[in-house]
Design a binder for this molecule. Structure first.
Ligand SMILES: Nc1ncnc2c1ncn2[C@@H]1O[C@H](COP(=O)(O)OP(=O)(O)O)[C@@H](O)[C@H]1O
Ligand SMILES: [Mg+2]
Length: 352
């Protein structure tokens, strides 16, 4: 097992564009850490620098206690799994998984033992003789995973490995990946733009934007205590409602709402953050309410999403599926003050 760390790592491409900006991040030994961010924010570049296939412009990369910034990829004892799994089409599953071991000159008996063990781990034991074209997408992805596992690396790097699978298979593979992580006890660094993947897989999630880390914390903390408006808006489906407010002392006023904040945030302009589930149809005594004009009600089985407006602002609320509301109706919703957020209107930083 191994830890890995980025210490003030910056990547500037030839055109001068900064892909990764002063990144400081430690992946702990045995941890499943997910880097989450929109497309183009620098996730793959960060991962590729750790793998050694991309040069570092500034800073230091360590694996365990060793500085590997200039160590060639083959000496870093890690394996990388990509979105495109690039299996050798003319080779069986067994041979695909055995390939790198053969290159290393590992002896036949050892290869057979390691491939069989890895095949068990990823659930491919019955399919070892198949060719890739006779496998489903999920099975092919498991071959790619198996191919990484046979090498028995200290550290696994994953670059959006599930994005080419359909939703159901992705859900299944998420569960498989967690089991495999537990079984191997290895260190996993996983990058994705998919917040559901990040929230379900990660022991911790590192949210990234424009080359810069925004927040690194366990999923629950990221969800409940986003450090800024970007993180708040990026995590959660549907996303948090963000409502511009004018603040005066403890009073926050929106276009059609007024809320007494738990304390004076010492701001004049802010953005109030209310998750859809923090709005509910039965306001308790003393709870502030908002008056929502409903445009659309979406019943999802376990809950119901109401889309509409409060004054000038678009709002989504997650309410009881049995509540009967139709287009054009108004509904009064209580605001759960325990779970509201306030962001600085200038910096976007969370202040409450
Ligand atoms: N080889 C390259 N040359 C120049 N710019 C690159 C190169 N690779 C990536 N970039 C740029 O760096 C930024 C980050 O890219 P990338 O790390 O691939 O993002 P992500 O994986 O988060 O989608 C993007 O703006 C991208 O265009
Ligand atoms: Mg990428």
């Amino acid at each position: 097992m191994a830890s890995a760390s980025f210490q003030h790592v910056t990547k500037r491409f030839a055109e001068g564009e900064i892909a990764v900006n002063d990144m400081c991040l430690e992946v702990k030994d045995g941890e499943f850490l997910v880097i989450l961010g929109p497309s183009g924010c620098g996730k793959s570049t960060a991962l590729r620098m750790l793998a050694g296939v991309e040069d570092v412009t500034e800073g230091v990369i360590k694996i365990g206690e060793t500085i590997v910034t200039n160590v060639p990829p083959r000496n870093r004892d890690l394996a990388m799994v990509f979105q495109t799994y690039a299996l050798y089409p003319h080779m069986s599953v067994f041979d695909n998984m055995a390939f790198s071991l053969r290159l290393q000159g590992v002896d036949q008996a050892d290869i057979a033992r390691r491939v069989n063990t890895a095949a068990e781990t990823v659930g491919l034991a019955p399919l070892l003789k198949r060719l890739p074209r006779h496998l489903s997408g999920g099975e092919q992805q498991r071959v790619a995973l198996g191919r990484a596992i046979v090498r028995d690396p200290q550290l696994f790097l994953f670059d959006e490995p599930l994005s080419s699978l359909d939703a159901r298979l992705r859900g299944h593979m998420r569960v498989e990946l967690q089991k495999i992580h537990r079984a191997l006890g290895a260190t996993f660094l996983y990058v994705t733009h998919d917040q559901v993947e990040a929230m379900t897989l990660g022991d911790r999630v590192a949210v990234m934007k424009d080359g810069a880390l925004q927040q690194v914390a366990p999923p629950r903390v990221i969800y409940d205590h986003p450090t800024n408006m970007f993180v708040a808006g990026f995590i959660g489906t549907p996303p948090m409602n963000l409502i511009p407010v004018a603040v005066s002392g403890r009073t926050a006023k929106g276009s059609a709402l007024q809320i007494e904040l738990p304390r004076d945030p010492r701001l004049t302009t802010g953005v109030l953050g209310i998750r859809p589930e923090a709005l509910h149809e039965h306001a308790s005594i003393g709870e502030p309410t908002i008056d929502m004009q409903v445009d659309l009600a979406e019943r999802l089985g376990r809950d119901q999403l109401l889309y509409g407006t409060v004054g000038d602002d678009s709002i989504v609320a997650r309410v009881d599926p049995h509540l009967r509301i139709s287009y054009g109706e108004r509904v009064q919703l209580g605001v759960d003050m325990q779970s509201i957020h306030l962001f600085d209107g200038q910096t976007g930083r969370a202040v409450l």
